[in-house]
Write a protein that binds this ligand. Structure first.
Ligand code: ADP
Ligand code: CDP
Length: 207
């Protein structure tokens, strides 16, 4: 085994031995990633890991990175991969599952390349929720979760970061034939019907 591979194996321990299935869930802010992930978890037995939720929990935990993360989120900027990947790896280990929806990650090329290098994991496929900005803006302004970044000024910055940094990641996976694009501007139930078609009846949890 080469050195990089050996280091990855050490870092991931039993995780890599499980050869986990990872689906990246991407789309602009407010496109409905979290909403649809909750539905997928119920029906298909995945563990949902939201990079944004993990970062917000890290702020709340009083970690030494908390202030830096909080400032980046307020500005709609992308937190350094090192921080986010550590949180994702820990959550994957702790879940005990081997099927993951990784929501809101990778958000830029740095996120993507670092995750692949550190974990050695390639996504099975990438769900891309496509939604016009006007609709995403409406949804974010009425999300009512008390998020510091759901104000019009930060929302505009997040849209810019999405176009400039996150879309190239989606294009990267599209070139590999891994993107499953979904029209996310429709009602929640209709979007989920399309999502179900992608995960397929063979993957559905037996009751
Ligand atoms: N298809 C939809 N139609 C209308 N509102 C939606 C739809 N999907 C999600 N929402 C609402 O829009 C807001 C943003 O959705 P969320 O799942 O939090 O998006 P994301 O995780 O992509 O930021 C939430 O208030 C959610 O209830
Ligand atoms: N991979 C990630 C994901 C989120 N984030 C930060 O967390 C914020 C909120 O992300 P999120 O996925 O919870 O929410 P949405 O912007 O998709 O609605 C982003 O605007 C970034 O500041 C990050 O830095 N790196």
């Amino acid at each position: 085994m080469g050195t990089v591979e050996a280091a990855n194996k050490d870092a991931n321990g039993s995780l890599l031995e499980k050869n986990p299935t990872v689906v990246f869930v991407l789309g602009g802010p407010g496109s409905g990633k979290g909403t649809q992930c909750a539905n997928i978890v119920e029906n298909f037995g995945y563990t949902h890991l939201s990079a944004g939720d993990l970062l917000r929990a890290e702020i709340k935990s009083g970690s030494e990175n908390g202030t830096m993360i909080q400032n980046m989120i307020k500005e709609g900027k992308i937190v350094p991969s090192e921080v986010t990947i550590k949180l994702l790896q820990k959550a994957m280990q702790e879940s005990g599952n081997d099927k993951f929806l990784i929501d809101g990650f990778p958000r830029n090329e740095e996120n993507r390349a670092a995750f692949e290098k550190v974990t050695g994991i390639e996504p099975a496929f990438v769900l891309f929720f496509e939604c016009p900005e006007e609709e995403m803006e409406r949804r974010l302004l009425s999300r009512n979760q008390g998020r510091e970044d759901d104000n019009i000024e930060t929302i505009r910055k997040r849209f810019k970061v999405f176009l400039e940094s996150s879309l190239p990641v989606i294009n990267y996976y599209d070139a590999k034939g891994k993107v499953r694009k979904i029209d996310a501007a429709r009602p929640i139930e209709e979007v989920f019907e399309t999502v179900k078609g992608i995960f397929g009846p063979k993957n559905e949890k037996a009751d």
